[in-house]
Design a protein around this ligand. Structure first.
Ligand code: 3AM
Length: 178
């Protein structure tokens, strides 16, 4: 199984995010159903390890928190735009949960995540978007904000890579409690 840990998003948030999708030639938009905020990519995992992941995640105790999604941004690699996302504010509640998940998975024997946590929801992958159009898009939406939502659980997803889009299945929800 290919696994990752993420926040699923309420339907009204997905509605608002999908309102941003469009108007950029060359952008491969993520289907609305696939919007999520990745907390930890785990990757290909045999069934017995998946059980250990579940045990590790089940033992996490963290409080509900407010998630704030802000203006769109981009990720680049070697000067090439890779993807478009909305940024999530790195609030203490979000950082705390991500940290607990990272620690729990390392204790379960997974190697540390090397990349710094940059919370975001990917909206699209940039195949060949003209840069001026992208800049105009980011400017046009720079004031975009979602009303804060209370996060009361996190989710272990499995993913099956597809030609057009990956297919994500929520496998287990883990509640957050005050
Ligand atoms: O949440 P986003 O869309 O940024 O790109 C994949 C997606 O990121 C990322 O994990 C999320 C859920 O699939 N991903 C895929 N392969 C990865 C890898 N080898 C990866 N992240 C880190 N390492």
């Amino acid at each position: 199984m290919r696994l990752f840990v993420a926040l699923d998003l309420p339907e009204d948030v997905k509605d608002q995010l999908s309102g941003l999708a469009g108007g950029l030639p060359g952008m491969k938009w993520v289907p609305r159903a696939n919007y999520h905020l990745t907390l930890r990519f785990i990757g290909e995992t045999p069934p017995f390890r998946a059980e250990e992941v579940d045990e590790a995640l089940s033992a996490i105790r963290a409080k509900p928190f407010e998630l704030r999604l802000l203006a769109p941004g981009i990720f680049e690699k070697n000067g090439q735009v890779q993807s478009l996302h909305v940024t999530a504010e790195r609030t203490p509640g979000l950082a705390h949960l991500q940290n607990k998940i990272e620690t729990a998975l390392q204790r379960a024997g997974f190697p540390p995540e090397k990349r710094r946590f940059a919370p975001h929801v990917t909206l699209g992958r940039a195949a060949a978007v003209p840069v001026p159009k992208l800049v105009a898009f980011l400017q046009a939406h720079s004031l975009f904000r979602c009303p804060p939502v209370t996060v009361e659980h996190f989710t272990l997803f499995s993913s099956v890579l597809g030609k057009e889009a990956s297919h994500y299945t929520p496998e287990v929800d883990y509640p957050l409690a005050a």
